[in-house]
Design a protein around this ligand. Structure first.
Ligand code: GAR
Length: 218
C-alpha cells in the first residue's frame, strides 16, 4: 500500500530563503490534521531568514544549511539531499527558495518537488517579475505552482491563480496582491500533489477527475 492510498500524511519539507509568508500559509493549512501532508522540516539556505522564527513558533524542526559554507552547487545540494533523507522527507516544497538547484538534485526529486513563482508562467521567469509584468503591459498577472525540473521556472504547471493588473500600480502593489493569491493557491496545490490527485507523467501534469479546478483560480 502506498502512503497515498493508506491515508497517511505525506512528510513534506519547506525550503525558504527569506520572510516565509508562503511557508506560514502552508504551516496554517497543514495544522489541520485532515490536510494530506505534514511539515516535518523547514530548511533555509540563509541563517537570517525571517521565516525560521515563525516555523520555530509553530514547533516545526528547522535547519540552516548555509550555501556560503560550500564549495559549489553540487556540494550544497548533496548536503540538502542528505538532510531531506535524514528527515524522511517525501515531498519538497520550495517557498521563496532563491537558489538554483543542480540537474542531479532535480532529477532525484522529480515529481516530488514543487515551486511557486509570482507570475503566470511561462511569462516572466526569474527575478524582478512584477517589474517585468508591468513593463509588458499585461492586463493579468498571477502566480504559478509547478513541478521543479532542471530548467528554472519551466517545469510542468500544476496550478495558477490570476491577478488583474491595476493601471498605474507599482511593482510592490502588484507583488502584495499576488502574494495573497499565492497563499490561497499553494496549499491547494500541495494538497493535490500529496494525495496524488496531481502527478507528473510523461513530462505533463495529470489530474484525477476535476481536481484541476481546485488549482485553477480566477
Ligand atoms: C514569493 O512571491 C514567491 O513566489 C517568490 O518569492 C516570494 C517569497 O515570499 N519566489 C520566486 O520568485 C521563485 N522564483 P515568501 O518568502 O514570503 O513566501
Amino acid at each position: 500500500m502506498t502512503p497515498e492510498s493508506s491515508g497517511a500524511r505525506r512528510r513534506a519539507a519547506i525550503l525558504i530563503s527569506g520572510r516565509g509568508s508562503n511557508m506560514a500559509a502552508l504551516l496554517d493549512a497543514t495544522a489541520d490534521p485532515a490536510f494530506p501532508a505534514e511539515i516535518v522540516l523547514v530548511l533555509s539556505n540563509r541563517p537570517g531568514a525571517g521565516g525560521l522564527a515563525r516555523a520555530e513558533q509553530a514547533g516545526v524542526p528547522t535547519l540552516v544549511i548555509d550555501h556560503k559554507q560550500f564549495d559549489g552547487r553540487p556540494a550544497f545540494d548533496a548536503a540538502l539531499d542528505a538532510a531531506l533523507e535524514a528527515a524522511g522527507v517525501e515531498l519538497v516544497v520550495l517557498a521563496g527558495f532563491m537558489r538554483l538547484l543542480t540537474a542531479e538534485f532535480t532529477r532525484k526529486w522529480l515529481g516530488r518537488m514543487v515551486n511557486i513563482h509570482p507570475s503566470l508562467l511561462p511569462s516572466f521567469k526569474g527575478v524582478h517579475v512584477h517589474e517585468q509584468a508591468l513593463a509588458g503591459g499585461v492586463r493579468f498577472s498571477g502566480c504559478t505552482v509547478h513541478f521543479v525540473t532542471a530548467d528554472m521556472d519551466a517545469g510542468p504547471i500544476i496550478g495558477q491563480a490570476v491577478v488583474p493588473v491595476v493601471p498605474g500600480e507599482s511593482p510592490d502593489d502588484l507583488a502584495a496582491r499576488t502574494l495573497s493569491a499565492e497563499h490561497r493557491l499553494y496549499p491547494a496545490a500541495v494538497a493535490l500533489v500529496a494525495t496524488g490527485e496531481a502527478r507528473l507523467e510523461g513530462g505533463r501534469t495529470v489530474y484525477a477527475g476535476d481536481a484541476w479546478a481546485r488549482v485553477t483560480l480566477t
